[in-house]
Design a protein around this ligand. Structure first.
Ligand code: KIV
Ligand code: NA
Length: 277
């Protein structure tokens, strides 16, 4: 199938056909996402936590994100690829934002790049879009500013806070964003966003009214232990399957059950004889 375009996303929005987005951080996952028919793959800076073991998304570097993003690029042919600009890689100036965005396009082959929040981010979005790179805005819960937001908690739960989220999104659209991600807000906020914005609204923990949904790979596949956010639905238990597999391997190595003869290479009998000489 031919690669999807931004036009295809607009067509889906108009047809009220939900846009499917998922994160991925490596090549085999990208191939699975592609084969499963998702529309967009985000190499989220959630990679900091899901695959790199950092305590938040803040420490992950441009180079770490580029390495993961390139691996995902090599696994996609139809789905749109979104790069996620990490904390500290775009906020300080428009030229920094454009330079970083260009690296994600040029070195990692991203179709779009994503940045977080309203405020000065609106100007950075405008600069990146003006440089010809499609931009995704991200409003509501924005993990790069988790400390300022007082933790990983839902946003926009008062009328005033809801209007602030909507204002951020409208300003990002006006600045030229092609898409908005809205995270952890009541469905009423999402419904208003969809009503007031022309561009597609992709929700995560934002209810059923969004034009599409995104989930984190490790959340939806159950790859880690412990509690997930309220909005996560687990569609598989990959951690349990992986643990069972590795534990069984360890048992079989220790018992001698693995490797069995069928896992080894043979040698012709006459060659074995010669070896003995
Ligand atoms: O980093 C990420 O995975 C994200 C999504 C949750 C939207 O930004
Ligand atoms: Na992110």
């Amino acid at each position: 199938a031919r690669p999807l375009t931004l036009g295809d996303l607009a067509t889906k929005k108009d047809a009220r056909e939900p846009i499917v987005m998922v994160t991925a951080y490596d090549h085999p996952s990208a191939q699975i996402a592609e084969q499963a028919g998702v529309d967009m793959v985000l190499v989220g800076d959630s990679a900091a936590m899901t695959v790199l073991g950092y305590p938040s998304t803040v420490p992950v570097t441009i180079d770490e994100m580029l390495m993961l993003t390139k691996a995902v690029r090599r696994g996609l042919s139809r789905a749109l690829l979104v790069g996620d600009l990490p904390f500290g890689s775009y906020e300080a100036s428009d030229s920094l934002a454009v330079q970083t965005a260009q690296r994600f396009v040029k070195e990692a082959g991203c179709d779009l790049v994503k940045i977080e929040r309203g405020g000065t981010t609106v100007e950075r979005a405008r600069a990146i879009a003006a440089a010809g790179i499609p931009v995704v805005g991200h409003v509501g819960l924005t993990p790069q500013s988790v400390t300022a937001l007082g933790g990983y908690r839902a946003q926009g739960r008062t009328a005033e806070a809801a209007l602030a989220v909507i204002d951020d999104a409208l300003a990002l659209q006006e600045a030229g964003c092609a898409l908005i991600v809205v995270e952890a807000v009541p469905s009423e906020v999402t419904a208003l966003l969809v009503e007031r914005l022309r561009i597609p609204v992709i929700g995560i923990g934002a209810g059923a009214d969004a034009d599409g949904q995104v989930l984190v790979w490790h959340d939806l596949l159950g790859i880690y232990d412990g509690p997930a956010a309220k909005f996560v639905k687990r569609y598989a238990d990959v951690r349990a399957a992986s643990l069972a597999g590795v534990a069984e391997y360890a048992r079989e190595v220790r018992s001698g059950a693995y490797p069995a003869p069928e896992h080894g290479y043979g040698m012709p009998a006459d060659e074995v004889e010669k070896l003995k000489e």
